[in-house]
Design a protein around this ligand. Structure first.
Ligand code: SAM
Length: 347
């Protein structure tokens, strides 16, 4: 009688990790660096993006982490973020290595686009599936103000590169009260002209940026109302996150704008929590596993990763996923400084 190799069976078909609210672990977001070539106000409003140059985790370490998430816990998708992931040398080879993991269906990247024209083709060849590019304004001065010196032209060039290579391309726009309303029409036109989905992300009060949050927050309901006042009719496209339909694994709810090619997504985690469909865990650039951006819970995985302790890493991930509350607590998110600036956590 054939002997069953139980380890092989377990590794080819990992048991899904499903929490008590029916949410399945599918998706890991990895912040590969806290370095950035921009310094956006919402990402780190108090200190600016002071580069720490810390890469506590090597590419091999990150490979190991993703392998455990995919092969042992059934994750299907990885999003690479930062900081700015394209500033860390070795990214292309790392992506090519990830593609060798059989269970990994989707490798996506979030970037500010500045280095995309240089690295996009190699990333495409390495097997990257999707790209989201951050773009907060079409006004070069406002863009430079928000990003503390960033170039709108470079970002737009990055979006063009992404459009030529990847499908779909999504544009992430953090909704900031002072300005976004004046630019809504331009964002819809851009989505229509370029065939990219524009997603308005509600500002989050991460780390110590509570004052910044109160000064700049605008809800997606207000944006929708304004879009309708401008004459745009939004038609539901479906709720993307729960089962990972073609809009991806993330938390956006996507709408079409009637009579156009424009597609507008809303990420409304402050005004309408998306927790009920949250399917992910995050690894910060300093090696902490974080189940929720807006809650303080985290666990340091560096020791277990460096020791290649597969069991410890898998147990920690499973435990952190299963212990998540039904929803984050807004009083906590809006109260004490939570976690670290987004540049290190990875948005
Ligand atoms: N550098 C890359 C970029 O610019 O896309 C990746 C890192 S950035 C932290 C990832 C995403 O987080 C971006 O889409 C950014 O707009 C979003 N983000 C950063 N801070 C945020 C905040 N306080 N509230 C909401 N979104 C935020």
């Amino acid at each position: 009688m054939a002997v069953i190799d139980r380890e092989l069976v377990a590794r080819t078909a990992p048991a899904p990790v499903v929490d008590r609210f029916g949410r399945r672990f599918r998706y890991v977001r990895v912040s590969v660096t806290d370095l950035c070539n921009m310094s956006c106000g919402y990402c780190n409003p108090v200190q600016g993006c002071a580069a720490t140059h810390r890469h506590k985790l090597s590419w091999d370490d990150l490979d190991f982490l993703v392998d455990v998430a995919v092969s042992d816990l059934g994750a299907e998708a990885v999003r690479i973020t930062g900081g700015e992931p394209l500033v860390r040398p070795g990214l292309v080879d790392w992506v090519a290595g990830l593609r060798r993991l059989p269970g990994l269906r989707n490798v996506a990247l979030t970037t500010n686009g500045v280095l995309l024209s240089r690295l996009g083709p190699a990333l495409h060849r390495a097997g990257l599936d999707r790209v989201n590019v951050s773009l907060d304004s079409f006004d070069p001065e406002r863009f430079a103000r928000i990003t503390r010196g960033g170039s709108l032209a470079r970002c737009l060039e990055g979006i063009e590169t992404a459009r030529a290579l990847f499908q779909p391309v999504k544009v992430n726009t953090v909704a900031l009260k002072d300005g976004i309303v004046d630019e809504l029409e331009r964002f819809v036109q851009f989505s229509d002209e370029k065939g990219v989905e524009v997603r308005f992300i509600e500002l989050m009060p991460v780390f110590d940026q509570k004052d910044y949050f109160h000064r700049h927050f605008i809800s997606v309901d207000d944006l929708r109302e304004e879009l309708e006042r401008l004459g745009f009719a939004l038609e539901a496209e479906g709720d993307g996150p729960a089962e990972g339909n073609r809009t991806g694994y993330g938390p956006a709810t996507t709408w079409r704008v009637r009579g156009t090619r424009a597609r507008i997504g809303f990420i409304s985690q402050m005004s309408h929590t998306k927790c009920r469909s949250c399917n992910k865990l995050r690894l910060t650039s300093d090696g902490a596993l974080k189940p929720c951006l807006l809650m303080p819970e985290e666990v340091d995985l560096t020791g277990a990763i460096h020791g290649r302790d597969r069991h410890a890493v898998a147990s920690a991930m499973r435990r952190q996923f299963l212990l998540r509350a039904e929803a984050y607590d807004p009083a906590v998110a809006l109260g004490l400084p939570v976690g670290r600036p987004m540049q290190a956590t990875g948005g």
